[in-house]
Each structure stands twice: as C-alpha cells, then as structure tokens.
Design a binder for this molecule. Sequence first.
Ligand SMILES: Nc1ncnc2c1ncn2[C@@H]1O[C@H](COP(=O)(O)OP(=O)(O)O)[C@@H](O)[C@H]1O
Ligand SMILES: O=P(O)(O)OC[C@H]1O[C@](O)(COP(=O)(O)O)[C@@H](O)[C@@H]1O
Length: 439
Amino acid sequence: MVTPADLAIKDLGPCRHPSPVAEKLGEKATVYVGEADKVLFDDRLSAVLADASGARPPAFELAGPRNRVFWDPKEVRAGIVTCGGLCPGVNNVIRGLVLTMAQSYGVPEIFGFRYGYEGLVARFGHAPMRLDPRSVEEIHRMGGTVLGTSRGNQDPHQMVDTLEALGINVLFVVGGDGTIRGAMSLVRAIEERRLSIGVVGVPKTIDNDIKFIDRSFGFESAFAAAVDVIRSAHVEASGAKNGIGLVKLMGRHSGFIACAAALASADVDVVLIPEVHAELDGPCGLLAHLERRLARHGNAVIVVAEGAMQEHCTSSAEPMATDLSGNLKLKDIGLFLRDRINAHFRARGVEATLKYLDPSYHIRSVPASPSDSVYCWNMARNAVHAAMAGNTEMLIGRWHGRFVHVPMPMAVRMRKQVDPTDDLWMAVVEATGQPLSFC
Ligand SMILES: Nc1ncnc2c1ncn2[C@@H]1O[C@H](COP(=O)(O)OP(=O)(O)O)[C@@H](O)[C@H]1O
Ligand SMILES: O=P(O)(O)OC[C@H]1O[C@](O)(COP(=O)(O)O)[C@@H](O)[C@@H]1O
C-alpha cells in the first residue's frame, strides 16, 4: 500500500544556489521554470491509485530546470550506472546526462560505473570510467551501453562504500523495475549513514512495462526493428503452400512490442501476448483458427510475445528457474508453438511449411531511432535538472505527454500491461482479424 510518505518527493534540503541554466536562459527561464515549479494534479492518476486508501491526492511534479539548485555544480561528483537488459538509446541517455551536467551546469567530475551494480562493488574490480563531453561525443551512434550492464543483486552497503570512497553526491541509475528496486535499497543505506547522496533514475524497459511512462525510450526503435523481421516472415509465408511465419518477440509480462510491431507491419494475422489467455485446441482455439486462415488465404503470420501462453509449456510440478535478478526463466513459447503447429497439421494430413524467426537480441541491440534519440535527450536533461535541484529516490516519467518526477516506490508499485479491453488490443484485433481471445 502506498503511504503519504511514499508519495512525497524527498528533498535533501533547501535549494542553495541560483541555477546556471535559469541564469543562461534569462527571460525565457522565468516562464519555463515557473511552469516547471508547478505540481501536476491529475484525475487520471487518482483513478490509477484509487485503491491506495490513505494516500494524499496523488501529484506529479513537472520536470524541468529549477530557478535555484541544491548542489553547487563545482562540488558535484556524479556517477552513472546502467543495469538490466539492453535497450536502444541507453548510450544516448549516458551522453545526455554527461553533456547536460558538464555544459549546462559545469559539473567537473563524472564517473561511469561498469557492468551495472557490480561496478559499485569493490570486490569485482571494475574501475569506473571517467566521462566527459569528448568521451561521449559519438556513443549515441551505437546500440548497447558503453558502460556495460549486468543482472544480480548487490549489497547496498558495499555500493555506498564505493560512492563514499569516490565522494559521489549524485548517482544516476538507468534501468528497469529491478534497477529501481535496487536504487531504493541504495537510498535506504545512504539514509542509514546520513549521507547527502541523491539517486535519480532514468527508466529503461524495452518491454515498455513501467507504469507512469507513456512510452519508454528505445521501445519504438525496438519495434521498428521487429517490423523488418515480420516482413521476412510474411515473405516466407507467402512463398510457400500453406506457409506460416512465426515470430517470437520480447515481452516477459507485457505484450506492447508484439502489438506495436504487428500494427506497424500490417502483415500479421495472429498476435499472442501474456495478458490474453489463448487455448490451442477446440473449435475456438488457435490451431482451429489457423486452419481456417490457411484454408481461406493460404498463409499466416503469427507474432508471439515470449511471456504468452506459458501455462501451455510449463508443468506446475516443475520448479521455474530464475536468472541472477530473480526474474523467472520462461519456457521457449516459440519453439513450443512451432512443434505443436507442425504436429497438428501433420496429424491432419495437411502440408504446411512453418518458418520460425526469433530476433529477440537483434531488436534490442539497434541504435536509437531519431524520435527515440530526441526522447532520450529529454529524459536525460530532465534527470539532471531533477538531481541538481536536490531530488532523490525519484525518476523521470512521462505522464500523458508531460515529463514529470515520479517517486521510485510509486513507479514499481505496479507493472504496465496491455489492457485487453482497451484501445490497443482492439486495434490489434481489428488489424489481424483474430478473435478477442482464443478460448
Ligand atoms: N529487489 C531488488 N533489490 C535490489 N536490487 C535488485 C532488486 N531487483 C533487481 N535488482 C538488481 O537491479 C539490477 C537490474 O535488475 P533486472 O531485473 O535485471 O533488470 P531491470 O532493471 O531491467 O528490471 C540487477 O543488478 C538486479 O540484481
Ligand atoms: O536475456 P536477458 O538479457 O536476460 O534479457 C531478456 C529479457 O529482458 C527483457 O527484455 C525485459 O527487459 P526490460 O527490463 O528492458 O523490459 C525481456 O523481455 C527479455 O526476455
């Protein structure tokens, strides 16, 4: 349950210095900063948190530069760490953080911690990288993260030891819900030692599944790459008698990539996502639907999100393995479907040709698209403005088109998923001609 304390944006203290950004922007800054100091009250937010009894009226502070900053930029030693799975645009975010800190505020020292939270634990021996405008100049042209990343929980006290030893007072964490939870435990350890270290997040999720982020950075670049693969699946399916193209895309718990890629390609006949239950057998099941589709059109393209239909390939007796971060290791739904579909048509004496494409790592390793690049820049610069103003335990969100400050506990309170009764799923159903569900 969210308490009023959870919703409060923690301040490390009163602002102490005039902001160099506000000074530079002069007249315009007065208007812009004035707006940024407003608090966004939003009925839609109240609706999302309707069950959080006892919470004060939910509010998001708008992101942006502040008239006065908490930190004297000359005294800031900043750190950046990137954690969890890769995502297009992480390098753009690193570059944006470094450039805004160095050029807009004149922060002299910026460290990049290597390989996720491991880089904050001395025993791993990953020396931090020095970052400056020159060293990050070209990195946005590459996919991945120049800092490296990792999974695996680390002891928050050992991480704070490193921050203290290096004199870091502002840490930026770029990562998903696991990373944000890790950052929250880091904040607890910082508080226990009564240190003044701000921790600000830039949310990263290729699955687009973090709440209070309309669209996560890299998501669009990733689904654009998926569209190319779907096109290949369509060509393969069209070139064979009873051709079936089966594409597996990322999406552990949320099927946003599968839905967006299917809609963008317009070549998809069936989309399977974790949020919508699907039966294989029976007159309303997937296999019967496929048979009807082949009889009418001679080919079909199926896009399946990796977390879909897990109940079909997982036995309840078998314990699920987890990765280093505690995420469940899913069964390969793509291979399972490939084998079941082939077996089905073989048993019926129908000649069908199925081609299976699994582009998962390909789509997340591409560089950010132009639109994601703009978005990453705005995420990064707003994160720096938030950090310089003395905020901590918050991340930059995007709520109904506005960049806002989201307290970390709120961001991890629930996962964003496709709502099967909402417009996105309706659009998919209309575009593919599939039923609302296969059951
Ligand atoms: N509850 C948690 N407490 C502390 N650290 C966590 C927690 N959950 C995840 N982490 C750490 O955060 C990092 C990234 O988490 P992970 O789940 O792998 O990716 P993501 O941030 O993309 O969700 C990993 O090092 C992981 O061990
Ligand atoms: O194989 P890895 O590196 O564990 O990562 C793969 C997984 O990470 C995810 O992309 C989720 O990561 P995000 O935190 O970026 O949403 C899953 O969809 C995918 O299965």
